[in-house]
Design a protein around this ligand. Structure first.
Ligand code: NI
Length: 200
């Protein structure tokens, strides 16, 4: 396994639609292993192939409930909507409020090319949506909203849940990360981010 360099969102690769993987072979498995090592090394909860410069539909996620290595993931079903705070390894030192479905069903191939199905809610659902977005060239900053007070409260509650799910301590980082610039952002409050690189 090897660490790969994580591209930042100035790179065109972060804004392109990725191609479907037609065969899950050893080359793909090596990429998956490298991505997994890079994700853990960077303290991320997910990583998508375009973030390491490979325009293929591959993502790895570990939101505290186990590792998922996904090839050609698609969201089959989604219900509900909830506001949460997100960050991204490709957008260093930024965080922002994003609306995501509360419950999703994802279908993908695993590292052996077998079809798997994941029913996810909470932080796992957020992480899966965030990574699948990357495969379509969408970065969370494309979805950042100007939250209402209710949405801010909801995001704080979910951040707390994520903290517990990830088994992180609750110490506040020295400096909260600056928010993505939303020109009309009314909230001056900042969520105590559970970890500077909680994004993927
Ligand atoms: Ni990301």
């Amino acid at each position: 396994m090897a660490l790969r360099q994580i591209l930042t969102d100035e790179e065109p690769a972060l804004h392109k639609k990725c191609r479907v993987v037609t065969e899950v072979n050893d080359r793909i498995r090596t990429l998956i292993d490298d991505m997994t090592e890079t994700m853990y090394h960077s303290n991320g909860v997910g990583l998508a192939a375009p973030q390491v410069g490979v325009l293929r539909r591959i993502a790895v996620v570990d939101a505290g409930t186990g590792l998922y290595q996904l090839v050609n993931p698609i969201i089959l079903e989604q219900t509900g909507s909830a506001c949460g705070m997100e960050a991204c390894l490709s957008v260093p030192e930024k965080q922002g409020y994003v609306l995501r479905p509360e419950n999703i069903v994802v279908e993908a191939l695993n590292r052996n090319g077998e079809k798997i199905r994941i029913e996810a809610d909470g932080y796992l659902a957020v992480a899966l949506c965030h990574e699948i977005d990357h495969l379509d060239g969408i970065v969370f900053t494309d979805r950042t909203i100007d939250p209402t007070e209710e949405q801010i409260a909801e995001a704080e509650r979910r951040a707390q849940e994520a903290t517990e799910q990830l088994g992180l301590n609750e110490e506040e980082p020295d400096e909260p990360m600056p928010q993505v610039d939303v020109s009309t952002l009314r909230g001056k409050r900042r969520i105590r981010l559970v970890k500077p690189t909680i994004g993927g």
